[in-house]
Every structure is written in structure tokens, then in C-alpha cells.
Write a protein that binds this ligand. Structure first.
Ligand SMILES: CC(C)(COP(=O)(O)OP(=O)(O)OC[C@H]1O[C@@H](n2cnc3c(N)ncnc32)[C@H](O)[C@@H]1OP(=O)(O)O)[C@@H](O)C(=O)NCCC(=O)NCCS
Length: 248
């Protein structure tokens, strides 16, 4: 059985392959077995299992495939699924996010983006950011929610790169499902402006997490690779999403 329905066809540049036609697809409940197989297969390839929460694969993924709870998009090449990503706009889940982000006042409008997974062979081609943008757009059109939340392990550098490129900022480190996570936010309709004059950097070496700036209202907006270590760049945001007044 074919997986998903075609949302868009695109010709894109892929490393070592040149220009290739890909199908951006939307998945539905009937696709769950195929989707689960894809996630499990690629999960086996992840070196640090702390980077990816798989515990709720049988509960959350089928739920997100339901029309009114979330959206799951994928990329297919020659009929084969090579990337997926999901967004959750369920109201009850939103209440749970709110408990985590207690000082945040746009609770009514929040959705969570997650389940980003790209086949190892195709990583580094910008697939994740592509899916993220389609998901954000579709989810906003459907729900009018404009705040996206993502949670990423502080050492999952590739994933953090993607979110920073997509305009997210990290504003907190918290335990989530018993694991350390940077919480990132984006308003899909308004760019978050960073005051670069206030930039400070914090090293992520020796597994000491750069937590301090988070407690001083700095947001984390990028990572810089320096020799063998990564530096997290923090700055004050001109329109810090966690300090904004609720305009609704
Ligand atoms: C995180 C993930 C979804 C990113 O997807 P992606 O489509 O490969 O993302 P990108 O193509 O934008 O690559 C992101 C960064 O990863 C790096 N990268 C990943 N694979 C690479 C490769 N094969 N060659 C070179 N760079 C690579 C690059 O530094 C790139 O940043 P850059 O474009 O600024 O150089 C993917 O790495 C993945 O599936 N990881 C395992 C599951 C996971 O951790 N999911 C996220 C949980 S929060």
C-alpha cells in the first residue's frame, strides 16, 4: 500500500545525487504501521538514545495522525519514506506544555513540533527544515495557533542547528520525560529579534550544560563550533517570547 497522500512535488538538490524529484506527503491513521517501522529502523541508528524519545510511539504517533489532533508530514523519494516530522495541536496536551512553561502567556496558541527523523543517508540536505515549514504553515492555517514549541537534548547539535536556522530560540532547560531538554519557541508569524550587542557564549564541553544564561532572561539563538567544542550563543531578545504581553 502507498504511504501518505501527496501534498506537493518538488525538485531539490541532494548531496551526491544532484537534482531529484521528491514527494512531500501527508500521513494519516492508515499509515501508522509503516510510520512506526520507519521510526524504529532509524532509531536504531541514533548513537545517543537520549536524543530521541521513543517511549510514546504507540500512543502519541497514532494520535497525531488524527485529523484534529496533529499533522504528520513526510518526504518520499522513489516511493520510499526518507523523512518525517509532526506537529501536535491538541488542547489537553497544550495544558501540559503550559505547566512546563509557567511564565509564558500565549498558552492559548501553542503547538508542539516533534518526531523529526531523517534517514541517515539523506541527512544534511535540509529535509527537516523543509517539513517544519510546511507543518507550521498548515497547522497555523488549520488552528490559528502561532506559537511553536520544540524540545531538544542539549547535545543534539544537528537538531539544534535546524531549529536555530528555522528561527526558534531556546529559552529554558528542563527535565522532560525524565531527560534534559532545551525548550525552544517560535512565533510562526513574527520573527524573534535578537539584540546581538548583548551576546554571551557558554561552552557545552565536558557535558556541563550552559544553564546560567537561561536564568537571566537570555535566549539561546545559535551554536558555534570551535575546534572540538560547541559554544552556545545567548543574547537578550528584543521581543523575548516568554516575556511578551498577551495581545489576544
Ligand atoms: C535532527 C535531524 C532531524 C536533522 O535533519 P536534517 O534534514 O539532516 O537537517 P539538516 O539537513 O538541516 O542538517 C542539520 C545539520 O546537521 C549537520 N549534518 C547532518 N547530517 C549531515 C551530513 N550527512 N553531512 C553533513 N552535515 C550533516 C549539518 O551540520 C547541518 O547543519 P548545516 O546545514 O548548518 O551545516 C536528523 O539529523 C535526524 O534525523 N537525527 C536523528 C533523530 C533526531 O535526533 N531527531 C530530533 C529529535 S529533537
Amino acid at each position: 500500500m502507498e504511504i501518505g497522500i501527496i501534498y506537493k512535488k518538488e525538485k531539490i538538490a541532494i548531496k551526491n545525487k544532484g537534482m531529484v524529484w521528491v514527494d512531500i506527503i501527508k500521513l494519516s491513521s492508515k499509515d501508522f504501521p509503516h510510520l512506526k517501522k520507519f521510526v524504529l529502523k532509524n532509531y536504531m541508528q541514533i548513537k545517543d538514545k537520549n536524543h530521541f524519545i521513543i517511549d510514546d510511539i504507540d500512543t502519541e504517533l497514532p494520535f497525531l495522525l488524527k485529523e484534529n489532533e496533529g499533522l504528520v508530514f513526510g518526504i518520499k523519494i522513489n516511493g520510499e519514506l526518507v523523512a518525517i516530522q509532526a506537529i501536535n495541536f491538541n488542547k489537553n496536551d497544550r495544558l501540559n506544555f503550559c505547566k512546563l512553561i509557567d511564565n509564558y502567556n500565549r498558552r492559548d496558541s501553542i503547538m508542539e513540533i516533534g518526531w523529526a527523523m531523517v534517514d541517515k543517508y539523506y541527512q544534511g540536505n535540509g529535509f527537516s527544515i523543509k517539513l517544519m515549514r510546511y507543518l507550521e504553515k498548515e497547522a497555523f492555517q488549520k488552528t490559528q495557533n502561532e506559537i511553536c514549541l520544540a524540545t531538544v537534548h542539549p547535545h543534539n547539535i544537528n537538531s539544534l542547528f535546524v531549529f536555530f536556522k528555522a528561527g526558534y530560540v531556546g529559552y529554558k532547560i528542563l527535565q522532560y520525560y525524565g531527560k534534559e531538554r532545551i525548550f525552544l519557541l517560535k512565533n510562526v508569524n513574527h520573527e524573534i529579534y535578537i539584540d546581538y550587542h548583548t551576546t554571551v557564549s557558554a561552552s557545552n564541553n565536558n557535558f556541563h550544560l550552559p544553564t546560567l544564561p537561561f536564568f537571566q532572561d537570555y535566549v539561546c539563538f545559535n551554536i558555534q563550533k570551535e575546534r572540538h567544542e560547541y559554544k552556545f550563543l545567548f543574547a537578550k531578545a528584543i521581543n523575548n517570547p516568554t516575556l511578551e504581553h498577551n495581545t489576544n
